[in-house]
Design a protein around this ligand. Structure first.
Ligand code: NOJ
Length: 683
């Protein structure tokens, strides 16, 4: 450091630690340039919010922005001035563990959510002491790893690249994101870190990005493993020339860049440009005015785990819960949810119900273990008629950050006690799913079922008591097809962070009416993956004949739950779709949404279009607008959507954005498969 060879740190935290290092940089190096302190603040710093995929299910941009804002407030008080978030990778593959870190499968929703997160981190004034630089990552294509296997090859066509993968990054750049992180994967044969087309031609030249590109961890040196660079020196040459400005953890630039300039392999203007970009971000953060503005131990003490942050975490946690099913058991006539507050004898079964750690999710480098309100703790605030049996363990994911707890995945010795408890209870709440460390980076799965013996446990309990509310905790879509057929009530609770227990209890007991909608399709079977709501029609959408159409012979094409799906304790109807297409630059679509149930509730009205004929075929459906609002019982409101060229156009295979006249279908509804439709012709 004293030689001036360090410009940024990652994973250093704490106001005092950061101040010490910053002092060395400022006072003891030749140029006195302050340092950047980067950190993965993905869903909170100390106070943990829902995992990003879960939070995306809220479709609530204000709540999402607030969660990023609070994360920045806590982190900046602890010395951090740069986060490696948001991940704006679109992914259609639930096998990929990192779907937990994104906003799901859809480019339109993912873009809006990415922008909300960037606003939350960076605020209006980057030089304020509680705003931090954001990173749009991973540029590009990381979410399309073949077969969902982490770090695997990415080979996508131009239409998918331009229309699905790149738009959230372009929007982030237009909104002023300060940094972009490149990616571990190859894209069509060229590793992202050494990819000139991505980093120079598209990002810096076409989009005029003036922040800097940071490599992913060691992705520079991995150019050799990819078979793209001969050795580390060659990797430094290729990455610098391709536009990767800062080398995270490969030690390639610090070792070889000087020599590469001296031997003419890298022009000095390439280095100057990278330096200028990094310095610009440091200036914008205000570090040259006051290098210690993020190092205030008193503010740190006040802000970390601030009680107001818990209130916000609870708010967004509740909003992220998705009600997947709510029916009654034969004969009773009353839906299982919400649970009557005077309910007699409730059994709670499943290791995750009593877990204060797993629900904190995967990315929580700064937070403290076992700080979540468990589901049991949350439920006990509502009733004392509650008894618990573990039944079975949940398989622990591997962690490099703490000692992994090993459990016997096949152990069914707890079944007997759980079954007995269920037999002597009126209602059973089963909390099953994945451990928090079973999704995230390098946690790909080939199965999408309930891991371990949890499925067997569910069936054993069902055999004695059918009044089951299944609460799922998971970091990816699961193929819980048996449960959907048999279990009367299913609630998707992801890993909701610090406040999960309170959020789940408030939803189950009806103090909060659920309004979340899935940001990713849930498959019926892992063999359907990648499954998503907006594929192309194919030439044989069928069924035209018995056999020769695009389908599986052993499974339906339909998902278990479609994108955008989520129920409420009330019901909504859609009517009066009207399309005003007089001004082709501004097409207005209106619908009436009415709350036809007995409770106040929030709905997310979703607008989908289909461009019927185009020079490059368009998906059968594309989300192009949504609106979330609350309606009292019996209340109706008119909802308006505006379609402009931005929504109606697309990128052709050269990457040019075009708008083609012709016929469009429009559908508005409460999920991607149900709604009312109309059409218009774009002149
Ligand atoms: C690797 C991950 O891919 C990236 O998203 C993260 O920011 C870095 N590690 C730094 O922790």
């Amino acid at each position: 450091m004293r030689k001036g060879m360090v410009g940024a740190f990652l994973n250093v935290k704490g106001a005092n630690n950061v101040r010490k290092l910053q002092e060395i940089a400022v006072k003891e190096t030749r140029l006195g340039i302050p340092l950047l302190f980067g950190f993965d603040i993905i869903h909170g710093y100390k106070t943990l919010f829902p995992i990003p995929l879960g939070e995306a299910a809220s479709w609530d941009l204000a709540a999402i922005e607030k969660s990023a804002r609070i994360s920045a407030i806590e982190a900046s008080a602890a010395g951090i001035n740069w986060t490696f978030a948001p991940m704006v990778d679109i992914s259609r593959d639930a096998r990929w563990g990192r779907v937990m870190e994104g906003a799901g499968e859809d480019t339109y929703l993912g873009t809006k959510i990415g922008l909300a997160r960037i606003r939350g981190f960076q605020g209006d004034d980057l030089s304020a002491n509680n705003t931090i630089a954001a990173t749009a990552k991973h540029f590009a294509g990381y979410g399309f790893a073949e077969a969902g296997r982490e770090y695997n090859t990415v080979d996508v066509g131009t239409s998918t690249l331009y229309n699905v993968i790149l738009p959230p990054f372009k929007a982030a750049v237009d909104a002023g994101v300060q940094t972009v992180m490149n990616s571990f994967n190859t894209l069509n044969g060229v590793p992202a870190t050494g990819n000139k087309m991505l980093q120079r031609d598209i990002l810096k030249d076409a989009w005029k990005f003036n922040g800097f590109v940071v490599s992913d961890w060691g992705s520079g040196m991995e150019l050799t493993d990819h078979g793209f660079a001969r050795d580390l020196k060659h990797a430094a040459e290729l990455s610098a020339n391709a536009g990767s400005d800062m080398d995270m953890e490969s030690y390639a630039y610090v070792t070889y860049l000087k020599e590469l300039v001296e031997t003419g392999k890298v022009e000095i203007k390439v280095v100057d440009d990278a330096v200028k970009r990094i310095l610009r971000v440091k200036f914008k953060l205000g570090l040259f005015d006051d290098p210690y503005r993020y190092c205030d131990a008193a503010r740190e003490k006040e802000m970390l785990y601030n009680p107001a942050h818990a209130v916000a975490a609870l708010d967004v946690a509740r909003k992220s819960i998705v009600l997947l099913k709510n029916e009654y058991v034969k004969g009773s006539g009353i839906n299982l949810l919400p649970i009557a507050k005077n309910q007699q004898q409730i059994a709670v079964i499943g290791a995750l119900a009593d877990d204060k750690n797993s629900p904190l999710g995967n990315w929580r480098l700064a937070s403290d273990d076992n700080t979540a309100v468990s589901v049991m703790e949350g439920l006990k605030k509502y009733t004392s008629n509650i008894r618990y049996a573990k039944g079975a363990d949940v398989v622990r994911g591997k962690t490099e950050f703490g000692s992994p707890v090993t459990v016997n995945e096949a152990d069914s010795s707890g079944f007997k006690a759980a079954v007995q408890l269920a037999m002597s209870s009126e209602l059973v709440i089963m909390v099953l799913g994945e451990h928090g460390y079973q999704s995230g980076e390098a946690r790909s799965r080939t199965k999408l079922d309930l891991p371990g013996v949890q499925q067997q446990l569910l069936e054993a309990v069902y055999a004695v008591n059918k009044n089951i509310v299944l609460v799922l905790m998971n970091g990816r879509p699961l193929a819980i097809t048996w449960a959907q057929e048999k279990i009367p009530a299913i609630v998707e609770a992801w890993q909701l962070g610090s406040q999960i227990g309170n959020a789940v209890a408030q939803v189950l007991f009806g103090d909060h009416n659920p309004s979340g909608k899935l940001p990713m399709t849930f498959p019926r079977s892992v063999g359907q993956v990648p499954i998503y709501y907006n594929p192309y029609n194919t030439g044989r959408p069928g069924p035209k004949t018995e056999v020769f159409w695009s389908h599986y012979s052993d499974e339906s094409n339909k998902p278990l739950y479609p994108f955008g799906f989520g129920l409420s304790y009330t019901s909504f109807t859609y009517s009066n779709l009207a399309i005003h297409d007089e001004d082709p630059a501004n097409i207005k679509v209106t619908v009436t949404v009415k709350n036809t149930g007995k409770l106040e509730g929030e709905e997310v009205a979703q607008l989908y279009i289909r461009d019927k004929t185009a020079s490059v075929v368009r998906p059968i459906k594309e989300l192009k607008g949504f609106s979330k609002f609350s309606l009292k019982a019996g209340e109706a409101r008119q909802v308006e959507f505006i379609l402009t060229a931005a929504e109606l156009g697309f990128y052709d295979n050269t990457g040019t954005f075009i708008v083609e006249p012709g016929e469009f279908d429009v559908m508005v509804g409460g999920n991607s498969t149900e709604g009312i439709s109309g059409k218009f012709t774009l002149k």
